[in-house]
Design a protein around this ligand. Structure first.
Ligand code: 4HQ
Length: 251
């Protein structure tokens, strides 16, 4: 997959291309990342990319022309049917499901704004979608694009995240993760749950699934509403409720 970034700060993305699973995806040729800096597409001596807002007020607005030239350069290098996405708090909230769907696309162009935002006419005419990573205001779209890029990269076919979800499909089923343990077996009074030491695969995977369901029920019940559960999940959920009622009875 080919991801092009329109950004005034391409070096920020070295945090992804230089480290961890995302860098491996790049080095394995599963992911290609390129950047186009609007500052390189200016024609005045100061390389101006922003100007004062019509209507007044504080801050600056990104000008259309340098952005548009950078976008045209990105497009001429992009596969067909590449969507143009602007990172913005006004956008649709990015999700795991979206990240996995994106992995199917041949390419993606992510636009990272700075300052107070970008000229609305550019958005209207050249942006296909707006994506948000959540309800908070960042100083620029770069961090948001990095979040999206990381979530996409770790699920591309051939990467670690993809292998994990192939081995354990419950990984991506919208429940929270189960707890993890490693050596040593005993840390003072804190011991690894007996089920995980049993060596019995059925028992170990039932334990993990039950804990995943229990945590989701306790911490994010919203993730479970409207879902249809398998017979096995229903049994495990009943065990969760039984555990809860037993605790309540002693309180
Ligand atoms: N931005 N999710 C870029 C965000 C944001 C978000 C604010 C986008 C600043 C210039 N982007 N502008 N939240 O906070 O994507």
């Amino acid at each position: 997959m080919k991801i092009a970034l329109i950004t005034l700060f391409p070096e920020m993305f070295e945090a992804l291309t230089g480290y961890g699973i995302s860098s491996r995806a790049v080095n394995q040729g599963l992911l290609e990342v390129s950047s186009f800096n609007p500052r390189d597409f200016t024609d005045d001596p100061h390389a101006t990319v922003d100007d004062r807002p019509y209507g007044g007020g504080p801050g600056m607005v990104m000008m259309v022309e340098p952005l548009l030239r950078a976008l045209e350069a990105a497009k001429s290098d992009a596969p067909e049917n590449t969507r143009v996405v602007l990172m913005s708090p006004q956008g649709e909230v990015f999700s795991q499901a979206k990240g996995i769907d994106c992995g199917q696309m041949p390419g993606l162009i992510l636009i990272c704004g700075r300052y107070e935002g970008i000229d609305e006419r550019f958005i209207q005419r050249h942006v296909d979608e707006e994506w948000s990573i959540g309800d908070y205001v960042l100083s620029g779209g770069e961090l948001a694009a990095m979040v999206v890029l990381d979530a996409i990269a770790r699920h591309l076919p051939g990467t670690l995240g993809n292998q994990m979800s192939v081995i354990d499909e419950s990984h991506l089923d919208g429940t929270l993760d189960y707890p993890h343990y490693t050596r040593p077996e005993k840390l003072g009074l804190d011991v690894v749950p007996a089920e995980l030491l049993s060596g019995n695969h059925k028992q170990m995977s039932r334990y993990r699934r039950r804990e995943a369901l229990k945590r989701t029920l306790d911490r994010r019940p919203d993730l479970l509403t409207g879902r249809v559960f398998s017979q096995e999940d229903r049994k495990l959920l009943e065990e969760c409720f039984a555990g809860r009622n037993a605790v309540n009875a002693t309180e």
